[in-house]
Design a binder for this molecule. Structure first.
Ligand SMILES: *[C@@H]1O[C@H](CO)[C@@H](O)[C@H](O)[C@H]1NC(C)=O
Ligand SMILES: *[C@@H]1O[C@H](CO)[C@@H](O)[C@H](O)[C@H]1NC(C)=O
Ligand SMILES: *[C@@H]1O[C@H](CO)[C@@H](O)[C@H](O)[C@H]1NC(C)=O
Ligand SMILES: *[C@@H]1O[C@H](CO)[C@@H](O)[C@H](O)[C@H]1NC(C)=O
Ligand SMILES: *[C@@H]1O[C@H](CO)[C@@H](O)[C@H](O)[C@H]1NC(C)=O
Ligand SMILES: *[C@@H]1O[C@H](CO)[C@@H](O)[C@H](O)[C@H]1NC(C)=O
Ligand SMILES: *[C@@H]1O[C@H](CO)[C@@H](O)[C@H](O)[C@H]1NC(C)=O
Length: 289
């Protein structure tokens, strides 16, 4: 395989990792041709997503003592446009990505970027260049594909790919729909849900047949501390039961009231009775003194 690649391209060297693989051409081409070469043989011209990746890629490329260096996949069409990575439309540019006094648009239409791989202080820094100049290409081949993550976005980092799941999904490929706990059917009513599988965002409506619903009549499967329903399960209560409760509590409170009155009345009487002997003896006590 490597030999076929070499024959077609006139030497492509390959570095492999678990995620994106990086490849560079031996042949120097203008930027447009260099990108075409990347797209034909790999995924696209390299996308650098952060400083760590920048330094990693530089460490893979052979050192050079002078121009031409390597094309990287960041460009713009017009002066006032932001620099954009062609491989994923990101506009990431690090604080220390550009070499000193770059980008300088020296030749007015320097809308392509090379990366220095010398051994000096500019190592790993970027320089804007005319796109018609010829340089070697740095390409990448993505490991993420349309089937990598079922319900999420596949993200490639150095030596690793990760699925970032949509809400309501989990698992290393985002293949598992999260579920809220089952809701039991009610004795005196029924529950109907927007999905039978109790997945994220499922809405369940509760109805009571000739009974009164106590609690919220709609629950949603949502993400709180865990995957859980938005509230406690409502209950169906019969009017008789509610009446009984109301009457019962009424009776109970009247009972309580009566009892309370009774007790306090008795207490008062007791107090009066206890006081009375004192009152009766006190004048005589005074006489005794
Ligand atoms: C594109 O690159 C940016 C770098 O900032 C990264 O955050 C993003 O995940 C990349 N997108 C894709 C689809 O690879
Ligand atoms: C980048 O954006 C252009 C224009 O909006 C679009 O045609 C292209 O498909 C996008 N590329 C990626 C990799 O998202
Ligand atoms: C390239 O240069 C860097 C920085 O001077 C050095 O650390 C690295 O070992 C060199 N790589 C090779 C293959 O010579
Ligand atoms: C790049 O090179 C190709 C063929 O060598 C040529 O047709 C094309 O015009 C060049 N493009 C630029 C922008 O220099
Ligand atoms: C898609 O990528 C996965 C790993 O993320 C790999 O196992 C699978 O073979 C790839 N499928 C295709 C069609 O390339
Ligand atoms: C890949 O990245 C994920 C999330 O950052 C991490 O949990 C996992 O351990 C990594 N796998 C490898 C093989 O490094
Ligand atoms: C969940 O439902 C809300 C409101 O109906 C909606 O805005 C959101 O897009 C839904 N999310 C998913 C992942 O279905």
């Amino acid at each position: 395989m490597k030999w076929t690649v070499i024959l077609i391209l006139g030497c492509f060297l390959t570095e492999t990792t678990l995620s994106w693989t990086y490849h560079f051409s031996e042949e120097a081409l203008n930027w447009t041709k260099a990108r075409e070469l990347c797209q034909t043989n790999f995924t696209d011209m390299v996308v650098i997503q952060n400083q760590l990746e920048n330094d990693y890629i530089v460490s893979l490329l052979p050192n050079k003592t002078g121009s031409p260096y390597y094309w990287i996949g960041i460009t713009k069409k017009q002066l006032n446009e932001p620099w954009t990575w062609v491989g994923n439309n990101s506009t990431w540019v690090g604080e220390h990505s550009w070499a000193l006094n770059e980008p300088n648009n020296n030749h007015v239409t320097e809308f392509c970027v090379e990366i220095y791989v010398n051994t000096g202080p500019n190592r790993g820094k970027w320089n804007d260049e005319k796109c018609s100049n010829k340089k070697q290409a740095v390409c990448f081949k993505a490991q993420c594909n349309s089937t990598s993550c079922e319900r999420g976005r596949c993200q490639e980092t150095i030596g690793n790919t990760t699925c970032l799941c949509e809400p309501g999904f989990e698992g290393n490929r985002c293949q598992t729909a999260v579920k809220c706990p089952p809701l039991s059917q009610s004795d005196n009513g029924f529950v109907s849900c927007s999905s039978g599988s109790r997945i994220f965002n499922t809405t369940c409506q509760f109805k009571c047949h000739g009974f009164l619903i106590v609690g919220s009549s709609e629950l949603i499967c949502t993400h709180g501390a865990n995957w859980e329903w938005s509230g406690p399960r409502p209950v169906c209560a019969s009017y008789e039961l509610i009446l009984l409760v109301v009457v019962g509590s009424g009776v109970l409170s009247s009972c309580y009231c009566i009892c309370f009155c009774c007790i306090s009345h008795r207490k008062k009487q007791k107090l009066i009775r206890e006081k009375q002997p004192e009152d009766a003896t006190s004048p005589s006590g005074g006489i005794n003194k």
